[in-house]
Write a protein that binds this ligand. Structure first.
Ligand SMILES: NC(=O)c1ccc[n+]([C@@H]2O[C@H](COP(=O)([O-])OP(=O)(O)OC[C@H]3O[C@@H](n4cnc5c(N)ncnc54)[C@H](O)[C@@H]3O)[C@@H](O)[C@H]2O)c1
Length: 433
């Protein structure tokens, strides 16, 4: 197989994080800085730890992905971004209370100099937050212009060769696809006409990134870049985009357990999922309009995996409920319960219970790192538009109107690895050998 033309990862890579002062973002920055100095292990990161089988099974060749795929080196990443609060990343990480003081101290000096640029914010889109570090602009188009200038200035000041932008900011209120999102021309017109209830701040960030030739990753369930307008724009600009909503705790479990039931042709009557969470994300999601965006993202998984149309006897009548409860004492340490009512031979009922005592940002941080490195790779390989080979990382993988999404974690993983194999000119693996 011919090796794909991939530009080398020379020079610095600017990682611009929207929501730089958040729990996930600050945990990502601290961990990456510590890992590159050998002071912590990047556990959970595919790009840093995973191996990839090359060749036939009897060849026994399992190099690390990063040894054979030309990813950017952690030492070449420069961190920056935006937040609506002015704290530097050290202060923000203390505030988030995810990591212990001893771990922040490992890289304290570097954290203190990483400061967010003022955010593009509109409280109508995130009701529970009152930001103080905010851009002033008369229209959405002006906001885009200001963000584009930020990107160019950051790139020049830090001598970056390339930029990737990732949204790790709060979940915006729910909005369905509207006229304004159907084409690039309609989107630009709505930005210039300042249609503020249809054009969210996240759409301005995404537009600015793509306009500046930077890949954009949507880590929350916001509609944002998942519109025909942005698919069109990213294809036109030759820029990769991907999303939505990092697949971390409960949904990761769902996309492992649901394929298991289906593979064994076991039926399902109901799936009740509930969570308690006490961080700022939990507070934002306590607002029904922000929760609606999350709920839509979390609910889509089971139906797509189980295909009730094909298996009406097994999956034709499932009661699926998802709840998130804001419970401050737990902070970032979310507890997620699942009660799963399954059906076996001759219709006999059984139950599965999952109690996942996880740490939200600890699970999400390695995903942020991988997505930055993989979208940068995609850009250098000449990929553009929706990157469905990165579906592995998302609860609600983006797809156009002609394709159905793939939710099964292990099919997603095979797709990711086969894409990497193809990129480097290796045979893809179908497990028949
Ligand atoms: N941690 C997980 O497991 C997980 C999984 C899937 C999705 N997510 C999503 O990732 C996002 C980040 O989660 P978190 O726990 O870090 O939340 P957080 O509330 O700690 O951080 C969000 C940050 O975004 C900032 N912000 C909000 N609007 C902004 C804007 N317009 N511009 C710039 N900054 C803005 C906030 O000030 C805050 O610092 C959330 O949307 C969350 O739903 C998290």
């Amino acid at each position: 197989m011919k090796r794909q033309e991939i530009k080398p990862a020379t020079g610095k890579l600017g990682a611009l994080v929207v929501g730089l002062g958040g729990a996930v973002a600050s945990t990502f920055v601290v961990g990456t800085l510590a890992a590159r100095q050998g002071k912590a292990k990047p556990i959970g990161s595919i790009t840093q730890l995973a191996t990839i089988r090359l060749g036939k099974r009897n060849e026994n060749k399992f190099p690390k992905i990063k040894e054979v795929v030309p990813l950017a080196d952690l030492n070449d990443i420069v961190f920056g971004g935006w937040d609506i609060f002015p704290e530097n990343v050290y202060e923000a990480a203390r505030h988030a209370e995810v990591l212990e003081q001893k771990d922040l101290d490992l890289v304290k000096d570097e954290l203190q100099i990483i400061k967010p640029m003022p955010g593009a914010f509109d409280q109508n889109w995130v009701k529970r937050l009152n930001g103080t570090h905010i851009k002033k602009a008369a229209t959405r188009w002006e906001l885009v212009e200001a963000l584009r200038k930020d990107i160019r200035d950051f790139k020049a000041t830090n001598g970056c060769d390339r930029i990737v932008m990732i949204w790790s900011a709060s979940t915006e209120t729910y909005i369905p696809l509207c006229e304004e999102h159907q084409s690039l021309a309609a989107l630009e017109k709505a930005m210039k006409d300042n249609v503020a209830d249809k054009i969210s701040p996240s759409m301005c960030y995404a537009y600015a990134a793509v306009a500046e030739g930077a890949p954009f990753i949507m880590g929350a369930p916001n509609l944002c870049v998942d519109t025909p307008a942005m698919w069109e724009f990213s294809a036109k600009q030759n820029v990769p985009i991907c999303g939505k909503d990092f697949k971390t705790g409960q949904t990761m479990m769902k996309t492992v357990l649901a394929p298991m039931l289906k593979t064994r042709m076991l039926g399902l009557n109901g799936w009740f999922s509930t969570n308690i969470l006490g961080n700022r994300d939990g507070e934002v999601l306590d607002d029904p309009d922000s929760f609606k965006t999350k709920e839509v993202s979390k609910l889509s998984v089971i139906d797509t995996i189980l295909q009730p149309d094909l298996y009406p006897d097994l999956y034709g009548n499932i009661y699926h409920k998802v709840r998130i409860n804001y419970y401050p004492p737990r902070k970032d340490n979310k507890e997620g319960w699942d009660n799963i009512d399954i059906v076996g031979w001759m219709g006999y009922p059984m139950q599965l219970k999952v109690d996942f005592l996880c740490r939200d940002s600890i699970l999400a941080a390695p995903l942020v790192l991988d997505l930055i490195l993989f979208t940068d790779l995609a850009q250098r390989a000449g990929f553009s538009g929706i990157q469905d080979w990165l579906s592995f990382y998302f609860k609600s993988p983006m797809h156009d109107f002609e394709h159905i999404p793939e939710h099964d974690l292990f099919i997603q993983y095979t797709k990711l690895k086969n894409t990497l194999r193809k990129m480097i000119g290796e045979e893809t693996i179908d497990y028949l050998d």
